[in-house]
Ligand binder design. Structure first.
Ligand code: TXA
Ligand code: MG
Length: 354
């Protein structure tokens, strides 16, 4: 493919309007365009055209059995693509959209088959980002959009991340600066009796429960975090995407769960062994460590800050510079559930003190 056209979006100026119009025109021609959302950058294409959607899978190298989320501008458009909106979904839409939430609902068949990977359900999301909203309103199309990274890599939270992975493979990239939330939307399956969290994300379990009462979590997620015995009857994740290797940094990532002195012991052991190491840590842990090459990803007392910097931290270490990345673990409350879900999936090894 020819070069990727990059538009820099500063404010709502006439240049911005032009960029949105050009990006929108490319989408109408069935090309793929990356754009910022409040969670991560998405790679969008017309969700009604299988040929356009196919370009997303090719650009990312994404397995075709992993369905895509459909992005729309507002609640009214949900009805265009789903067979029904159950009461619980209605409550969630009212409380959290636009925002970092994706609802799995029964499809009415209008969306191209390769978006849903042949499933009878469809994921819908109303993003809360001015550029995403402007683009959706300009093109008047439902946009199928996975995260705009090469399949398997950490999701992109800046336009540079997208460019690094997909330059020359996509028609356009709207650069709206760093995204805010930093981890993807929470995926909630509303097709059954009870809503089920298929992927923890920007809206926390606690927030969801305030609106709909107790909510189930896909048992396969706990298994992936090493909390269930791997005795053979561990369940298959219900969100097809959750079974793939994901968020992998350039070098092997080791999750270190323990006191600062335990992390220090791991660091010293690897240095002794002659490894070059990179460290991802909170500022609290970093202050306790005697080490170089620390990427400080925020405060343990502000997990939103950690979420916002997590993928940039994972991308910051290159295998040409480090042999191993050692990373702290975080409390699994609030957005910490999404952070730890991603870190468990990114890690090649877990070392626990207790
Ligand atoms: O924040 C986000 O959700 C970002 C931004 C760009 O909107 N998008 C994103 O898309 O993370 P993606 O494709 O990287 O992740 C979509 C997840 C996958 O785990 C996929 O398997 C699941 O949602 N999913 C999509 N449609 C589904 C369906 N019909 N049933 C079950 N899971 C579904
Ligand atoms: Mg993704």
């Amino acid at each position: 493919m020819k070069d990727t056209k990059v538009w820099k979006i500063e404010q709502t100026t006439s240049a911005t309007d032009l960029a949105i119009r050009e990006a929108s025109a490319l989408l109408e021609q069935n090309e793929v365009v990356a754009f910022p959302t409040e969670t991560v950058y998405g790679l969008g294409a017309n969700a009604k055209e299988a040929d356009a959607v196919d370009k997303i899978f090719r650009a990312k190298g994404r397995p075709s059995d992993n369905p895509l989320i459909v992005h729309i501008a507002d609640r009214v458009q949900v009805d265009d693509y789903v067979a029904e909106v159950p009461e619980v979904a209605e409550k969630l839409l009212a409380a959290f959209t636009p925002g970092p939430l994706t609802l799995i609902l029964k499809s009415n068949g209008t969306i191209a088959d390769n978006v849903t990977a042949g499933l009878p359900s469809v994921g819908v999301r109303i993003p809360d980002h001015p550029v995403a909203q402007a683009l959706l309103r300009a093109c008047r199309l439902p946009l199928a959009a996975p995260s705009a990274n090469k399949s398997g890599r950490p999701s992109p939270t800046t336009a540079d991340h997208v460019y690094e992975d997909l330059q020359g493979r996509i028609a356009g990239l709207l650069d709206g600066g760093p995204t805010g939330v930093g981890v993807e939307s929470t995926v909630v399956d509303c097709t059954g009796e009870m809503p089920i969290i298929l992927r923890p994300g920007g809206i926390t379990r606690e927030q969801l429960e305030e609106v709909v009462g107790r909510i189930m979590v896909d048992p396969a997620l706990a298994a992936a975090n090493g909390k269930l015995p791997e005795n053979g009857d561990v369940e298959k994740p219900r969100a097809p995407g959750m079974k793939y290797t994901h968020y992998a940094p350039d070098a092997p990532l080791w999750l270190v769960d323990g006191a600062p002195s335990f992390m220090q012991t791991q660091i010293d052991a690897q240095l002794q062994a002659g490894d070059k190491i990179g460290i991802i840590a909170s500022k609290e842990l970093a202050a306790e460590l005697d080490a170089d090459n620390i990427n400080i990803c925020g405060s343990r007392n502000n997990l939103s800050e950690v979420a916002a910097h997590l993928y940039d931290a994972l991308r910051s270490f290159k295998k040409s510079d480090v042999d191993i990345i050692l990373c702290e673990t975080f409390p699994e409350t609030g957005v910490g559930q999404a952070i730890m879900n991603r870190l468990h999936k990114a890690a090649t090894k877990k070392i626990n003190q207790f």
